[in-house]
Ligand binder design. Sequence first.
Ligand code: GLC
Length: 776
Amino acid sequence: MRTDHFIRFERVDAVEQTERGLLARLHGEWLRLEAVRSDVVRVQLSRGGVFDEQPTYAVCVDPFDGDGDGDDGVAWRAEPGEDAWRLTTDDAVVTLWLDPFRLDVHRPDGSVVVESVPDEDGRYWTYATLNDAWTMRRRIGRDDAVYGLGEKGGRHNRRGRDFTLWNTDVLNEHATAEFRAGLDTDDPRADMRSVEFDPYYVSIPFFHHLDTTTGAAAGSFVDNGYRGEYEFSRDDEYRVTFHGGQWTEYVFAGPSMPTILERYTWLTGRASLPPIWALGYQQCRWHAYSQADVEAIAKRYRADEFPCDGMWLDIDYMDGYRVFTWDSTRFPDPEAMLKGLANQGFRTISIVDPGVKHDPGYEVYDDGVEKDVFCRTEGGDIYIGQVWPGNTAFPDFATPEARAWWGALNARHVESGLAGIWNDMNEPATGEISPLGMLFDKGRAKHERFHNQYAMLMAMGTLEGLRAARPELRTFILSRAGFAGIQRYAANWMGDNQARWDHLWVSMPMACGFGLSGQPFVGADIGGFQGDTEPELFLRWMQMGALTPFARNHSEVGVIEQYPWSFGDEIHGLAREAVRLRYRLMPYLYTAFVRASETGEPVQRPLVLDHQTDPEVIDVDDEYLFGRDILVAPVTEAGMTSRSVYLPEGDWYDWHTGELHAGRQRITVPTPRERIPLFARAGGAIPMWTEAPPSTDGYRPEVVELHVFDPVSDGRWESLLVEDDGLTVTDGEPERLTTTVVVSRSGGEVSVSYETSGPGYAGHARTRFEVVRHGR
Ligand code: GLC
């Protein structure tokens, strides 16, 4: 977006100190600067003299009550100066320059968190506005790196490119037309099937800015749901523009990326602990199945001893794509089917789109009209867009009534025995029809205010309904679209990808971008959604996908079958080995989710998160850490027989051969068909099941193995194992067992010790650990 003609805020008229910081008067508006924590500062600018106190649903805590004790406890002081005011905490120094107006944040050592930058005419663009849009420009080093913005295409390091935040149904030519318009045909962004296409389904206005010369990172979260533009392609400055709403920003002083992420997920919430079955392997396909087909697939998984926890039902289970109905011809007895699947250890999840068929006489539609819970147009009509059933109405999730209504519909829907809900088309996708006529909040709010939040509000309603129906059970919702905070309600899959190698690759940086933006529970359609997959691609995708947070095989209607058994015995067997490894790693994976739910740290982690001062990892996005201690280096091309792997600091054991490698070097490793390169961190203790059960259902092993990877240098390593029933929610102290394993080495002596604490849980059967040593 062109912003040169925007009107800059040039001078501050007055500043006063308030209870929480500074309040300045400029250009007829108010600017608030407040210390949220010692390393987090909030900046807010009014519009029309009024602050929008709840711009979005992203922030879920009172930012001024960090530890919940009712007292903000942040020590700060404000000092007036000749040409600037200063707000100082233990970790940040905010300078508000009066004339010309500028806003800078530094750390106490003088290093830059954010800094205004003059243009060639010496003018500052700390804030400029035109009509409802506003923009800001800041300094960035030429070689600095940028990570985050959630689900974005292309390289993990966002530097060098510009991005739009506007939830988009990526394969819809109408929704994407404006983003492709005017681009050269050889620009990959002109092609919605390219890995560079932008924007995507999910928008998260949060990023980490890494100063690569010092290794220090800063963070920015703009709490604004309107369409946003982040321009990181310029040499010395970045620009952030929103098409509406206010400038409400949380600036994170860092300098460590995990700390920034911890603070960001404190504000916007952490993923709630998923039911363990959601971490199992999931079978999905868009296909007009009958009840008998689904039962046969389930049977086949069990007969083949191929572990699987989830059976998914796409849109064809419905009667004419009417949400909350079943096609009674194809599914004569859903309850019996769901019961039968449950008896074999399968959980069944069904799709629920937001579009309600415009069909007077259909109960859900009629009820929605009667209760007045659908979005309206400016003229007061019910807004109509298009989804699978044709004309559809959309619940006005910006209102609590519509969310409650939707929640109750979901609660009733799962009474049949469904275990989870899959929310799709929630950008919202409206087919050929522009979504902009869809107003929210009973016609009071423009579409743009809630567009990016629609999916999150839908998930909020769904979650409330599921919780009310089954208060004792953890919920599981999978969503395509999302906004900052979506992690509190749902997992995200990466939408409609292609059965192509470049899409296998891009799912890594995409997952890592999600992870650095607070959403740990993510996965791409394994095998590829659109287009016929190929045997080798399928196998390599299964080997990688088995080691991603969410592991679901899914494909589009009309493409070749991509069941594990669709490509012959060899691939079937190898894919099963890959999925069995996931199940054997379940205690480790589950514990990684516990950490994510407590600290916000991702499960699929880019190397840069833990090694931000190592210049070698800045652009590494074809490998990742799965949990803290396993490095995964997938096969990303057809016919690959070996690949280069960068091992970060530490020592690493080749998972397959046991060979030890020192970190901070690149090595080349073979990639035979049987496996992809994996490495375990020396010092780590990785808890594993001794075998891969058919599903997680009722699996209560007596023995858990602790795979200890002997350290080769002196030091102390702590690993964690959290065990609980994997299903229920407990009030107060969690009913679980927490084991901390300490591996230490001094003077050639390695010792392993562990300590288990916690009240335990019903059904616990483990009687012992078996320590398996790797190394000398
Ligand atoms: C969308 C979803 C895809 C699903 C299809 C039919 O394209 O992204 O996963 O299979 O709709 O429901």
